[in-house]
Design a protein around this ligand. Sequence first.
Ligand code: PLP
Length: 377
Amino acid sequence: MEIYLDHNASTPIDEEVVEAMLPYFTSNYANASSHLHFSGRQAAKAVEQAREKIAALIQSDSSEIIFTSGATESINIAIQGLAANYASHAKHIITASTEHKAVLDTCKNLEKKGFSIDILPVNQQGEIDTEQLNALIKDDTFLVCIMLANNETGMIQDLPKISKIVHERGKILMSDATTCIGKMKVNVQELGIDIMPLSAHKFYGPKGVGALYLRRKNPRITIQGILQGGGHEKNIRPGSYNVPGIVGMGKAASIVSQNCSRWENDIRQNRNLLESEIEKLTPIFINSKENLRLCNTSNITFENLDAQNLIKFAYGKLALATGSACTSALPQPSHVLKAMGLSDKQAKNSVRFSLGKTTTKENILNATLILKDFLKC
Ligand code: PLP
């Protein structure tokens, strides 16, 4: 079986999550908005219970959670929905060069519609300069988007410091925490995040379901829905509820709440083992190593190895990535690594290894053997 080291692209769904979802496919398939009958009310109750579990996971209130189809949709709703409400008096957004394409492309699209976007550069570790952020904030800035941890390198930004600056200047902070859930504690109060997209398939839940956290106590957050429909989710995201998916996401959130710190230690040990084993084989450079990183991610630049060739060689034996799954069809070198100052060649020689809670020490040692075979070729 293929050794799976691509958990930042997606994670295996937990068996307990599948079990929790099944009744909502088979015995209770009612629409959660059908309040006139028992089945509909039971489905609605299951949706609300899931909402509470997700809120508890990030230390928020259930009234602050909007269900969506995933992080891409959550990001689009948040950025476009705020922009629509601010358009008449504020048109400036600040983000960073290492953000996910869902953020960068949504911002680029707004630029075409007359908004102005400032993209902060990062240092070699992938960190933004908070003084530069402060200097860029203007009267008509309405949103700052800085992700919590990068999906390609695992690098964690100093969110408490960033949120302090953004809030002192009276602005809204959105932080993409899609990669972080299940890999680190994510507490929106401690981190000072106002808006946060989430995606269930990144934390052992199902694909096609996500959430958007919107801080209720911040009166500046007013989102105009980008879809029109039946008024679901406070009109921010109308459309029938994906009840099995939402129930699965809720179950996955509870499992993460109970187990995350234990998983974190085990995963970090395996990640460190992987790095030390690879270091013995060939000259490498580990991206963002000097900064705080997610426990599961290792982005490695090899001196003498083309990542695409390794990935082809490993096909069927070892699942790896060169960057975000959403951009893997594009031939260009990673925009994240390029923003961190790597040359095209270095970026093309870079591979992302991302581990999960089911990754074993044996997986790591076998993965290293596959790499060793490749290097011999
Ligand atoms: N943001 C980050 C950091 C991601 O890694 C991803 C997925 O790779 C997304 C957003 C988009 O998530 P989804 O697959 O739920 O649309």
